[in-house]
Design a protein around this ligand. Structure first.
Ligand code: ATP
Length: 559
């Protein structure tokens, strides 16, 4: 009889996976990535297609390294302020391609967490999962009281793996901070702490249950928004029992149309619901991917997954209206003030670069309604500005950008012609104004009207440039850069010296890795590491020779 060969479990899932092997796997992946990036830089290989293939390699490597690294990739995909566009795009497609675990393992977790046998807890339990992801999987079940539920079960051993990776990654961050000067500017220690805090929250289902309760309360008066009820008696840190609320996947236009659901109404409901989360409640689902929302037969929206919620300071309605008109008037200062108040922009001593970026974005939408597709077109320009600016976006802002682009993708899947401004009308209309504020609002509306009228009598392009130059000189913002030849040469020498230092570190690091591997004993890998070491040594020699020649040349010119 032919038996189907069972696929080998990934390395990180094997019981004999030692901390040392994990450390070697992680460090060698990081070293390869770094070497590739340095090689590209040295050889000037910086085309988008080249970056794209590097990004694809990274996606495969993260999948191979397992849940912690899949999550790192997913959260990096929101950090447009830290990594290049091609990486953002590749990492956004990082799906949870982790194999499900067996129904028996899931039952074992439930029984040990809830302290009873599975059929004492549930009348029925389907061992075949409904869905599975990197951190857990979802099973359908029925309570003895007759209610249909889903049971979300955490992947066995995930906490142990996180604890191990917590240590390994800390070592890697400390190493990078110490020996790779280029990494200092990224504040890796803070990013690492931020990341693991979120990760540990995500594997605490009690936290997720509380978030679901809070979210449901916020939408108490919205009959078309559904949030599954939490069955607290059957919930622990590793098991979450929720009311079963099936629905059509939110980007499945065909099924919705077959069921006679008006997709434009779904888009409107989704966008208004998101604006309420963001602006009124200050508590929003930071990862609204299509698997986290569904649509009922009557076109209502169901939300699943409250493991990754983000918080911002909510703003009062009058402040919202002020900001709305400020956007219409392209009033950069007012918009920046509101974003800073909400904690979406970090106040820094020099706010000019931030204001320039906001003004740039507002300016791009001078004549058209805000359309996220425009953001895509602007993508490379904005990314370039991010690269040049000395500021880092707070994570909340990156969550919002990511959520907006994901929502936009879902809305476009339902109706490619949809318009964000039109879809948000019901929310804007819901901002009723109290009596005392009427006068101020009328004044703001008048100013916005004046501004829009002025657009018909716009000055010529040259005039605009001159006016901008004038105002930038007035603000003391325009710097005249005088660079002396001497300082340029010194800078080049410093650059070369730093490069040599990095090559020396890489030579030492690969030599060390080779020695550790030889002692493990992993002779094959040790040879690979030693060959890398030899390679970096030659690059180091070449760089040192260049440095020597440069110094002699500079001395000669100075004479
Ligand atoms: N209460 C529910 N009723 C019906 N189906 C549900 C319910 N909760 C979750 N599901 C189904 O299970 C899938 C995964 O759920 P959920 O997103 O909560 O899991 P997850 O492990 O956090 O996954 P991911 O990390 O990919 O978001 C959902 O897309 C949905 O199809």
């Amino acid at each position: 009889m032919l038996t189907k060969a069972t696929p080998k479990p990934p390395r990180w899932q094997r019981s004999n996976y030692s901390p040392l092997t994990r450390q070697i796997d992680v460090f060698s992946a990081a070293a390869k990535l770094l070497c590739d990036l340095l090689c590209d830089k040295t050889l000037g290989q910086d085309s988008p297609s080249h970056r794209n293939s590097r990004a694809q390699w990274l996606v495969e490597k993260l999948l191979d390294l397992g849940p912690t690294f899949i999550k790192i990739g997913q959260s990096l995909s929101t950090r447009a302020d830290l990594i290049p566009l091609e990486y953002v795009q590749a990492l956004s497609q990082l799906q949870d391609r982790v194999p499900p675990f067996s129904g028996q393992d899931a039952i074992a977790v439930i029984e040990s967490e809830l302290g009873n046998s599975i059929y004492a807890l549930y009348r029925d339990f389907n061992p075949q999962p409904l869905a599975s992801a990197s951190l857990g999987q979802v099973h359908k079940a029925r309570l003895h009281t007759g209610e249909d539920v889903v049971v979300k079960v955490q992947r066995p051993g995930i906490e142990k793996l996180f604890n191990l990776d917590f240590e390994v990654l800390h070592r890697l961050v400390r190493f990078a901070n110490r020996y790779l000067p280029g990494f200092k500017k990224y504040d890796m220690e803070a990013i690492y702490q931020e990341f693991f805090e979120l990760l540990y929250q995500e594997i605490d289902y009690i936290h997720e249950g509380k978030n679901a309760d809070r979210f449901r309360e916020n939408f108490d008066k919205y009959p078309r928004i559904f949030v599954p009820k939490v069955y607290w008696k059957y919930t622990t840190r590793k098991v979450l029992t929720l009311e079963y609320l099936p629905g059509i996947k939110i980007d499945d236009r065909e099924t919705m149309e077959t069921c006679g659901i008006n997709t434009n109404e779904v888009i409107q409901l989704g966008i208004c619901c998101y604006l309420k989360q963001l602006l009124e409640d200050g508590f929003f689902q930071s990862d609204p991917h299509p698997g986290n929302m569904a649509v009922t037969q009557d076109g209502s929206i169901i939300f699943y997954d409250f493991g990754t919620m983000a918080e911002v300071k909510s703003i009062a309605k009058d402040q919202m209206i002020k900001t709305f008109f400020a956007i219409l008037r392209k009033d950069t200062d007012e918009v920046v003030n509101t974003l800073t108040y909400m904690g979406l922009i970090e106040p820094v001593s020099d706010m000019k670069p931030v204001k320039r970026l906001v003004a740039f974005i507002l300016d791009k939408f001078r004549d058209k309604p805000i359309d996220i597709k425009e953001f895509e077109k602007l993508g490379s320009e904005i990314y370039l500005m991010f690269e040049q600016q000395p500021f880092r976006l707070p994570p909340q802002m990156t969550f919002i950008l990511k959520s907006l682009t994901t929502l936009d993708g879902i809305a476009r899947a339902l109706n490619p012609e949809y318009n964000l401004l039109a879809a948000s009308q019901p929310f804007v209309k819901s901002l009723t104004v109290s009596k005392g504020q009427g006068k101020a609002i009328r004044e703001l509306a008048r100013q916005a009207g004046e501004f829009i009228k002025q657009k018909w009598q716009q000055p010529s392009g040259t005039e605009i440039i001159l006016r901008r130059l004038e105002s930038r000189i007035e603000e003391g913002e325009l710097e005249i850069r005088v660079r002396s030849l001497g300082s340029d040469r010194t800078l080049k020498r410093i650059h070369l010296a730093i490069k040599s230092l990095i090559y020396a570190c890489l030579t030492g690091f690969t030599l060390l890795a080779g020695t550790v591997l030889l002692l493990s004993p992993q002779t094959k890998w040790a040879i690979v590491a030693f060959s890398f070491s030899g390679f970096w040594f030659f690059i180091l020699l070449y760089s040192l020779i260049q440095l020597g020649i440069k110094e002699r040349l500079d001395k000669f010119i100075d004479k």
